[in-house]
Design a protein around this ligand. Structure first.
Ligand code: SAH
Ligand code: SF4
Length: 394
């Protein structure tokens, strides 16, 4: 096995400017927005102020129509409408689970579809967003990993998922009624745990999260954003420096032999290499602790010996271990560990001094649970040969 190319295919990010269409302002950084405004003739001297005004309309008030941006001159609004749009992905279907979980199937440019899941809890509301259409990686227990078609989402499509959920939850403040920031938020947390490997779409994910964290807009604290990675080691340090959000890692195994099978990117960056990168993360990002995600697969990674190895491996890393009962999907090659086994495993981890919550599967009746996401129109299974080729690249 060579250690050259990452285990990924070439993925393309489609340009924001579609051939004939106007530029979408959603997803532009403040600097990019400034440049776009200057390009249509906004005087440089006014640019900063116009950026602030438009930014607040889009991200604080949730306004999509330039005509409603009433603190801008009428002819300037008309000019904006001539050149730009404020657009978020279109919701194609919306399912609501018996437990209140909402799953949105959304359509993005090119006709692709991704899934977004909203999970209400008593003290918070978490939105699980996607970063790619499908995933170039091939974790053997993950439904998304069997999906063929892949492209990176643009920053606008990523932050747009947050905006369309706020639309559906009716959570934009009402103009003229104060800031709307008092009281608990329905959408209070973001997890990048939907479809795709966020660290293989780094720039767009970073730009989108910067927009979500910007204090004059959606204003979510970096402590309320968790990025989950399968272990793209070189990008972990960048994530600490350039995003500074919370990190979750799809760990799932305690020996390289098993992790190679479950999370094939392990062949490129093994457990020891991954743990080295994780040790420095909390310091650089100033985050509290790392979440180790561990999917419980019957007779594969769920023994007492595994639990003991796990706590030994992560010794010294401020951590929480999130045990995820395997969510089955049609044709999945694994079974969920028995409940008693999961509890015994959790007990060992807990006694070693780590929080070890067992993640309650949510939205199972609408196939919205972790790792079940896969859009109905893109069910084409990767061929065996393609999976083999992707794994080999590591
Ligand atoms: N690509 C990223 C983020 C998306 S997956 C990553 O791998 O971390 C989000 C989490 O769901 C990961 O921990 C993933 O390993 C887990 N997961 C995937 N398929 C699952 C399944 N069928 N049951 C339970 N968890 C699953
Ligand atoms: Fe991709 Fe994450 Fe699924 Fe692995 S677990 S195939 S990295 S989405």
């Amino acid at each position: 096995m060579t250690a050259r190319a990452p285990i990924t295919q070439d993925v393309m990010t489609i340009p924001r400017k579609l051939p004939d269409g106007p530029t979408n302002l959603v997803g532009l950084t403040r600097e990019q927005l400034r440049a776009a405004l200057i390009e249509i003739g906004t005087p440089e001297k006014q640019a900063k102020m116009r950026v602030n005004q438009i930014w607040q309309w889009i991200y604080h008030w949730g306004v999509r129509d330039f005509a409603l941006m009433t603190n801008l001159a009428k002819d300037y609004r008309a000019k904006l409408a001539e050149h730009f749009v404020v657009a978020v992905p279109e919701v194609v279907t919306r399912d609501v689970s018996a437990d209140g979980t909402r799953k949105y199937l959304v359509r993005i440019a090119g006709g692709h579809e991704v899934e977004v899941v909203y999970i209400p809890e008593t003290d918070r509301g978490t939105l699980c967003i996607s970063s790619q259409v499908g995933c170039t990686l091939t974790c053997s227990f993950c439904h998304t990993g069997t999906q063929k078609l892949v492209r990176n989402l643009t920053a606008g499509e990523i932050v747009g998922q947050i905006m369309l959920a706020r639309d559906d939850l009716g959570e934009w403040p009402e103009p003229g009624t104060g800031t709307g920031e008092n009281g608990p938020r329905l959408l209070s947390n973001i997890v990048l745990m939907g479809m795709g490997e966020p660290l293989y779409n780094f720039d767009n994910v970073r730009n989108a999260m910067k927009i979500a964290m910007d204090g004059e807009g959606i204003a979510l604290s970096r402590r309320r954003i968790t990025l989950s990675t399968s272990g793209v080691v070189p990008e972990i340090a960048r994530c600490a420096e350039e995003i500074g959000c919370q990190l979750a890692v799809s760990f799932h195994a305690t020996t390289d032999e098993v992790r190679d099978r479950l999370v094939p990117i392990n062949k490129r960056w093994n457990i020891a290499t991954l743990l080295d990168a994780l040790r420095t993360y909390p310091k650089v990002s100033n985050s509290e602790r790392i979440t180790f995600e561990y999917v419980m697969l019957k007779d594969v990674n769920d023994s007492d010996a595994d639990a003991r190895r796990l706590v030994k491996l992560i010794e010294g890393i401020p951590a929480k271990i999130n045990l995820i009962p395997f969510n089955e999907w049609p044709g999945a090659p694994y079974e969920r560990s028995d409940w008693a086994r999961i509890e015994a495993f959790a007990d060992i981890v807990y006694k070693a001094g780590y929080a070890s919550p067992i993640r309650t599967p949510r939205g199972e009746d609408i196939m919205a649970a972790c790792g079940q996401l896969k859009s109905a129109t893109e069910r084409a299974r990767k061929s065996r040969a393609q999976i083999a080729a992707e794994v080999q690249q590591g």
